[in-house]
Design a protein around this ligand. Structure first.
Ligand SMILES: C[S@@+](CC[C@H](N)C(=O)[O-])C[C@H]1O[C@@H](n2cnc3c(N)ncnc32)[C@H](O)[C@@H]1O
Length: 247
């Protein structure tokens, strides 16, 4: 029943599948993740813990995708100021990752469509969302996850009030310190999201009110014609208006 087409180099330990919910197993089947009977030596693999998925690195590190209630999110914060027109509207999170930002978007929007294209990240996202729903985490019920490339899906979905995007940050020229574990591992398996400018163009052609792009302060803006910048300590939120003409 399990299709073995390899879409990802990162396998799932087959002996733990029985501990997962049928819903999660069905979703994993459609992702065609490869299986392994023993952990690969020195490589990434997925395993199961407490009915959820865990990403293991070859060095023994573990990523347990858990969604937590966003701490101290006030209306004065740059993210919520940038997202103001999303209040009570529909938001597409075009680069969902593990949905940390999707949950923040759900604090003010009516509905959040969270899109992720990497099969392993999507599998972890599904697992985190399932745990969040079981524990009735506030906002999780508003998030709907979709697997695929946002550049294509945005063109098929009904127009959203706001599209949010947080592509992988461009690497710093000089690294003074190792980036946090999750960012380092995500970059390792996902890469650099080098099509982020295309995603911004497509998003602007299909959004109703605005596109918000999260970028590190050290990076240049994703495009030059932003209409507002909301700065935090490490990141800023760039606001772009809809663009109805073809670029
Ligand atoms: C920096 S992470 C996002 C982190 C996320 N904001 C969070 O709070 O967990 C970027 C993610 O966007 C995904 N991504 C980038 N471009 C995408 C696209 N065009 N369509 C779907 N997912 C995309 C990558 O696979 C990666 O998982």
């Amino acid at each position: 029943m399990w299709l073995m087409t390899v879409l990802s180099e990162i396998p799932l330990l087959e002996n733990c599948i029985g501990s997962l919910s049928t819903e999660l197993v069905d979703a994993l089947v459609s992702l065609n993740l490869p299986l392994c009977s023993v952990p690969p030596v020195g490589g990434y693999f997925l395993s199961c813990e407490k009915n959820g998925l865990v990403l293991n690195t070859g060095e023994g590190e573990k990523i347990r995708p858990v969604l937590l209630k966003p701490a101290g999110l006030t209306r004065k914060q740059p993210l919520l100021r940038a997202l103001a027109p999303a209040r009570a509207g529909i938001v597409i999170d075009a680069t969902a990752g593990l949905a940390g930002d999707s949950l923040k978007l759900a604090m003010i929007a009516d509905r959040v469509i969270a899109i992720e294209r990497h099969p392993v990240v999507f599998a972890l996202l599904l697992s985190a969302m399932r745990t969040a729903r079981i524990s009735s985490l506030s906002g999780a019920e508003k998030i709907e996850v979709r697997y695929g490339d946002a550049i294509e899906l945005i063109q098929q979905l009904p127009a959203a009030d706001v599209i949010f995007m947080d592509p992988m940050f461009p690497p710093k020229r000089k690294h003074s310190a190792l980036p946090p574990k999750l960012v380092r591992i995500l970059r390792d398996i996902v890469g650099d999201d080098s099509d982020d400018e295309k995603l911004l163009r497509v998003a602007r052609q299909h959004v109703i009110r605005r596109v918000v792009v999260k970028r590190p302060l050290y990076a240049p803006t994703l495009a030059e014609d932003y209409v507002a910048l909301h700065k935090g300590k490490l990141v800023r939120y760039e606001v772009y208006l809809p663009m109805k003409t073809q670029l």
